[in-house]
Design a protein around this ligand. Structure first.
Ligand code: CTP
Ligand code: MG
Length: 183
């Protein structure tokens, strides 16, 4: 029993460490967001916005830069060989990919007729994981294989733990008046 708890605990620590640049990119995009929307206010063929006012250049840049800065700090721990060694490419693709995933989600949300900020359970919570993983696999396949594919338990932990963490941070963001909705 204790062994199992210790294993799960360790999995959560390692999964969070590996995902940290992506995890930080999302909320810092909220903090730095605002100003010109990425779709420049333009509409898609269906008459709805391409991404909507919730996806801005400042958010995209601010979130990516924060994720990369944190990744650089994490790289200082590479020599510990405990939690996986980051590459410069991996920290960029994890941060930027997270926000690309979030943007892709907004695109589909608008196509489905959801207004900006509308709740989209599970998709809202895993969009950035999928984005971070796909971009990282595309640009740093060796790193992605060594750190994620090689340990499917880590991937499963990320998938199960992220929605929980996401809920928590968004509730905090909501009460800190950074977000309009607590999700
Ligand atoms: N944000 C931003 N730029 C991004 C991502 C987020 O400016 N690339 C900011 C916006 O102010 C946004 C807030 O962070 O309103 C919350 O992000 P999110 O929940 O992803 O967007 P929503 O407003 O909920 O819009 P959507 O319905 O498109 O998800
Ligand atoms: Mg939202």
């Amino acid at each position: 029993m204790f062994d199992m708890i210790a294993t799960i605990f360790w999995l959560i620590i390692k999964a969070s460490w590996l995902m940290l640049p992506a995890y930080i990119a999302n909320p810092t995009a909220v903090v730095f967001g605002g100003g010109t929307p990425i779709d420049l206010g333009k509409k898609w063929k269906d008459g709805r916005r391409i991404f909507g006012d919730g996806k801005t250049f400042r958010g995209l840049l601010g979130g990516t830069v924060c994720g990369v800065i944190l990744g650089f700090i994490q790289m200082k721990f590479n020599s510990l060989h405990l939690l996986g060694n980051f590459t410069i490419m991996s920290i960029i693709t994890l941060s930027f990919g997270a926000l690309l995933g979030d943007m892709t989600k907004s695109f589909f949300k608008r196509r489905l007729g959801y207004e900006r900020g509308a709740k989209f359970p599970l998709v809202d919570q895993l969009d950035f994981v999928v984005g971070a993983w796909i971009l990282t696999y595309a640009f740093d396949p060796v790193w992605f294989r060594n750190n994620f594919i090689a340990d499917p338990w880590i991937m499963l932990t990320v998938i199960l733990f992220t929605p929980l963490l996401h809920r928590l941070t968004n509730i905090v963001g909501y009460y800190a008046r950074l977000k309009k909705e607590p999700w």
